[in-house]
Design a protein around this ligand. Structure first.
Ligand SMILES: C[S@@+](CC[C@H](N)C(=O)[O-])C[C@H]1O[C@@H](n2cnc3c(N)ncnc32)[C@H](O)[C@@H]1O
Length: 229
């Protein structure tokens, strides 16, 4: 009897230890929605590792296009669901994915399947589980319909063969109040040309962020022209 009670007590103690550990772990993820812009979500073990540029070119580009400043300027917050079109090997995808956190999600789209395969390895290496890759067509990004808070494009607009068709086809993936944010080199596409093309694709310019002008780029925020699409 004595042995039975001792055994039962031990089982209860072990179970409650396990329960409080589980609660402590889930508590670490609570309240992400209240985190200020720029705060880093804690769901990736090695945040500095996953965000670090992987080569000298990524480091150079991140200096010219500081990810936290760009994401603050366009309003990327924990819990958002977004897509990067022309994501490449994911230099910015990892930034977006850590910022939106485990309650959010990032679709990484590109026409280059090899680059996306590399990105999948990059995410697996760091345990970044909120990224899904999509191989798109030249004029169809094949994003899920009506799901996105934002579409993001950086260092890629001038690579698109037909940006009007591509981003017109991307429109249906946005929620009615979703945004299209484009960071583009001034030397590659003038602000006037970019605005005219995105008007033709069905967006209206909400604002132009010029704080990186010295680095040679603007960041544009567009909304859907007719939200009843
Ligand atoms: C210079 S890379 C930029 C990658 C990433 N945005 C970055 O800043 O690290 C341009 C990317 O655009 C992609 N791209 C070109 N045309 C595209 C299209 N029509 N649809 C989607 N991606 C495209 C290329 O495959 C390439 O990965």
């Amino acid at each position: 009897m004595f042995r039975l009670e001792t055994g039962a007590l031990a089982v209860v103690a072990i179970l409650s230890m396990g329960f409080s550990t589980a609660r402590a772990q889930s508590g670490a993820h609570e309240g992400l929605g209240q985190m200020p812009p720029g705060a880093v979500t804690p769901f990736v073990q090695d945040t500095q590792g996953v965000l670090a540029p992987e080569n000298a070119n990524e480091a150079r580009l991140n200096r010219l296009q500081p990810p936290d400043q760009v994401m603050d300027a366009i309003g990327i917050r924990p819990g958002m669901v977004g897509a990067e079109i022309g994501a490449g090997r994911g230099r910015y995808v990892v930034q977006l994915a850590v910022r939106v956190g485990e309650r959010g999600k990032i679709y990484a789209e590109d026409i280059d399947a090899d680059a996306l395969r590399y990105l999948e390895g990059r995410c697996a290496r760091w345990g970044l589980a909120n990224v899904e890759t999509i191989v798109g067509d030249v004029t169809d990004p094949k994003l899920p319909e009506g799901e996105l808070d934002f579409i993001f494009v950086i260092s890629a607009y001038h690579h698109f063969d037909d940006p009007v068709a591509l981003l017109r086809n991307a429109r249906a993936s946005l929620k009615p109040d979703g945004m299209l944010a484009i960071g583009e080199w001034l030397r590659s596409t003038s602000p006037e040309k970019l605005e005219a093309e995105m008007n033709a694709a069905g967006y209206r310019l909400e604002r132009t962020e010029t704080f990186l002008e010295a680095n040679g780029l603007y960041v544009y925020v567009f909304r859907i022209e007719d939200a009843n699409h």
